[in-house]
Write a protein that binds this ligand. Structure first.
Ligand SMILES: [Zn+2]
Length: 416
């Protein structure tokens, strides 16, 4: 067996999987569907050439374990599932690159690496069928809300527990998956960036600092409906005017936060007719930052702004929280190893946060030292059949990710 890494084989295998599980509209590997099973069977066949133990855990996550001298484990994780009409790289890049890295580690260490190496294919990262992202990894981390997930239905009215049963997974026991993390010493995930940051910097690879925290609110301004012809401008209680002034301010708040994002994604008005001053205006605000103090400050500033514009316009304002998650910071040591691996592979490196959540966020929340590596996305687009990355960049990312795996093995050894 060839003992060196073969990144070209990863690109060829990505194309093989694409040919097997895509149609003219893109990838169709939606979790808990026959095409997903087909993709996993293909993966199992690739792994059968290696001396690995494989099993599916209580949450439907698939594990391949190459036992080492020590039970301390390096986990390499990704997801072979896709959204409907998805791209050819989102999720499966890591799984397939992981197989190549297992091959390299296995042959260089005569099937007995110094620590145990485990490849995990998380179940239903995308949440495409039931609207619940990170299903398998959040069951494993213990963060999955069972009461919320139990009632989820797909568009045909099939509940998540019933769909899982068909694939041999008992919904009430999915959190037993947590025992898989028992000896986990580090977790690595390679992913396409899905955004335009590396593309705009003309860099192939980036080290990921963590995933953004999110604050999501609905803000309602309450004024008074009045006839648009008979009500003088200075006598109005215009709920829309306050919301409109607020929308300008959120750009300033985001700019002051140094790295945060604020988005007013929707605006609805009542009575919503052309001849009336707006009585009620409801906007939604989505705020994201990697730093929790900065996120809290953005939220406080938005509240202050809403109150200021409400009182200026003689209207009232109320806030309702829709959703919230803390920022998840990756491990400082592993971020450094990731940075070193990238600069050794292609010279230049950029460190960036991730806007989207990933399975890595769940593993990090479970307390396992974690880092992600991003490879540039062409067009800055994913969840679309046009999702793409240059083949030379795909090869570079496999090389750099393999270096990161080797450095992490040494780091785990040195710390155990
Ligand atoms: Zn993904």
């Amino acid at each position: 067996m060839n003992s060196s890494l073969n990144p070209k084989r990863t690109v060829a295998e990505l194309k093989e999987l694409r040919a097997l599980t895509s149609d003219k509209n893109g990838a169709q590997r939606v979790a808990f569907t026959p095409t997903w099973i087909k993709a996993r069977d293909w993966l199992k066949k690739k792994l059968s050439e290696l001396p690995v133990e494989t099993h599916t855990d209580a949450a439907g996550n698939f594990w391949a374990t190459l036992r080492g001298e020590s039970e301390r484990s390096l986990l390499i994780g990704g997801h072979i599932d896709s959204v409907p009409n998805g791209g050819w790289l989102d999720g499966c890049l890591n799984v397939i690159a992981g197989v190549e890295i297992l091959r390299r580690i296995n042959s260089q260490n005569n099937s007995k690496p110094p620590i145990t190496i485990r490849l995990v294919d998380w179940a239903d990262e995308e949440g495409a069928r039931f609207g619940k992202s990170l299903f398998g990894s959040s069951a494993c981390s213990g963060n999955l809300n069972l009461d919320e997930a139990r009632g989820l239905k797909d568009k045909n009215g099939i509940t998540l527990p019933d769909a899982l049963k068909e694939f041999g997974v008992d919904f009430e026991r999915v959190k037993d998956s947590g025992k898989e993390l028992k000896n986990a010493a580090a977790y690595l995930e390679l992913h396409i960036e899905q955004g335009p940051v590396l593309l705009d910097l003309d860099l192939p690879l980036g080290a990921v600092l963590g995933t953004f925290g999110v604050e999501r609110h609905a803000i309602t301004f309450h004024g008074q409906a009045a006839h648009s012809g008979s009500t003088p401008m200075n006598r109005r209680k215009d709920a829309f005017l306050a919301a409109a002034k607020m929308s300008l301010d959120i750009y300033k708040i985001a700019e002051r936060s140094k790295g945060g994002d604020c988005t007013i994604g929707s605006c609805t008005t009542k009575p919503g007719i052309v001849t009336s001053v707006v009585e009620e205006c409801r906007i939604t605000l989505d705020q994201r930052h990697l730093d929790s103090a900065a996120l809290a400050k953005m939220l406080a500033e938005a509240k202050t702004a809403s109150e200021k514009f409400a009182s200026e316009g003689n209207v009232k304002v109320s806030w309702e929280r829709l959703w919230q998650i803390e920022p998840v910071l990756f491990d400082k040591n592993l971020i450094q190893l990731c940075t070193d691996s990238i600069s050794e592979t292609c010279g230049k490196v950029h460190r960036l946060p991730s806007g989207p959540l990933h399975d890595a966020s769940e593993v990090a929340r479970a307390g396992v030292p974690t880092v992600m590596m991003f490879v540039q996305s062409l067009h800055g687009i994913s969840h679309n059949k046009i999702e793409d990355t240059k083949e030379e960049h795909l090869e570079l990312c496999v090389t750099a990710f393999d270096k990161l795996a080797e450095k992490t093995i040494n780091w785990v050894k040195a710390n155990s």
